[in-house]
Design a protein around this ligand. Structure first.
Ligand SMILES: [Zn+2]
Length: 63
């Protein structure tokens, strides 16, 4: 089991995504971000989003 927590990237948010694979965790994290952190995503350009994706991938840890 793997997990990603919004807190790990400095967000004031208690959301934790879990999944069997990094891909699944990433999908859940971005589905969550698209709803709860939509305002933040809207302010980000393509480069910032690519960087965010890398940051999320780097913060997926064993649960
Ligand atoms: Zn969040």
């Amino acid at each position: 089991m793997l997990k990603f927590a919004c807190k790990d990237v400095g967000l004031e948010c208690d959301f934790v995504a879990t999944g069997a694979t990094a891909e699944e965790v990433k999908e859940k994290a971005f589905a969550h971000a698209g709803v709860v952190h939509a305002d933040m995503l809207k302010t980000m350009n393509q480069d910032a989003l690519a960087q965010l994706t890398k940051t999320v991938e780097a913060n997926i840890k064993p649960a």
